[in-house]
Ligand binder design. Structure first.
Ligand SMILES: Nc1ncnc2c1ncn2[C@@H]1O[C@H](COP(=O)(O)OP(=O)(O)O)[C@@H](O)[C@H]1O
Ligand SMILES: [Mg+2]
Length: 335
């Protein structure tokens, strides 16, 4: 049932995207029109962003690179159609507003509404250099992997402290900037995210995501879904970062639902990217724990960070994000 819905949704999304892409391509061709477009179609309250190019396409629209108030920004343009749940869109906006000061979650700069042939929502965020997908199958050092791991775990810890499950952690939704061999990474795309209320679990979740990053509990209607679901997806991201890109899961969904899919046996043989070469028992232990199919055996972000920071952090200590950062500095200096 979910499978059929996914296929339908995918066709629809592709069709919507090509329409939006065509509209934008026409605008890009005629640069003078761009200003007119923003002026006429509703973003009167802000100065006109200057469109540079299209940098991404996602499930609901396009992401463009633009200059706004002399700064480069990314603008995600979402077509608001009748079948889109407006409350969900507003929720993405509301969530992003919470992350203004976070180092590890993508920062929102502005939102605006406009109307072309259909109403559009514009989400302005800080422009990043690329997405984590770009780093897969590239040479990356052990130090860089640990640094990326720590940053993303702190990002997930921040989300958990705000009672948010991201639900769609994958390399495309993790952005990076790069300076002197250091990667600063940020978790992005909160379009599927779920804000929990009183409890730390939910059973009320619909998603159409990439199967290979999807935890067992999301596929099983009778299981509750909590923060550890994002931990599983992040584990798969690290497998790809270390071993190379994994094939998309196209097979029978049953073994996945039963937690019987052995992802480690599926890894592509990328010669110099195996655990032995990474030569780190700790990384191996952490990643293997993250991808446990039984969520109760998976550690949470704080427990995983405690493993990395060892002597600096005890397991159930109540911890502020700034404290993790102090630990991070100390640990990274050891490499
Ligand atoms: N701030 C940004 N800087 C650089 N690239 C971005 C930015 N925001 C989004 N992108 C690119 O656009 C793609 C789609 O954006 P995303 O927010 O994931 O939308 P969707 O919900 O449609 O998947 C991302 O995978 C990324 O490649
Ligand atoms: Mg995305």
């Amino acid at each position: 049932m979910r499978q059929t819905q996914q296929t339908f949704q995918k066709d629809q999304i592709e069709q919507d995207q090509s329409i939006l892409k065509l509209q934008l391509a026409r605008l890009i061709q005629n640069k003078r029109n761009i200003k007119k477009f923003y002026r006429e179609k509703g973003i009167q309250t802000i100065s006109t962003p200057e469109l540079i190019n299209i940098i991404g396409k996602g499930s609901f629209g396009l992401v463009i690179k633009a200059i706004y108030l002399d700064k480069q920004v990314a603008i995600k343009i979402i077509q608001i159609k009748e079948e889109i749940n407006i409350d969900k869109l507003k929720q993405e906006q509301k969530l992003l507003e919470k992350f203004q000061d976070s180092k590890y979650l993508l920062n929102l700069r502005k939102t605006a509404y406009a109307k072309l042939s259909s109403p559009l929502l514009f989400i302005f965020t800080d422009l990043c250099e690329g997405e984590l997908t770009d780093l897969i199958n590239k040479k990356i050092s052990k130090k860089q992997i640990i640094s990326i791991m720590v940053q993303l775990l702190v990002g997930l810890e921040e989300l958990q402290q705000m009672k948010i499950i991201h639900v769609d952690i994958k390399p495309q939704n993790i952005l990076y900037n790069h300076q002197n061999g250091n990667y600063q990474v940020k978790i992005a795309d909160f379009g599927q995210a779920k804000q929990l209320q009183d409890k730390d679990f939910t059973d009320n979740l619909t998603r159409a995501g990439t199967l290979k990053y999807t935890s067992k509990e999301i596929l099983n209607d009778d299981e509750k879904i909590g923060y550890k679901s994002d931990i599983y997806s992040l584990g798969i991201v690290f497998i790809e970062l270390i071993f190379g890109r994994l094939f998309d899961y196209q097979q029978d969904i049953k073994p996945l639902k039963q937690g019987k899919w052995d992802i480690l046996s599926q890894r592509p043989k990328v010669e110099n990217r195996i655990f032995d070469k990474i030569d780190d028992f700790l990384i191996e232990k952490i990643i293997k724990n993250m991808i446990q199919s039984n969520q109760h055996e998976r550690k949470d972000s704080h427990e995983l960070l405690s493993l990395i920071f060892q002597e600096f952090l005890t397991n159930h200590q109540q911890t502020q994000i700034s404290f993790y950062e102090k630990c991070m500095d100390k640990v990274m200096n050891q490499f």
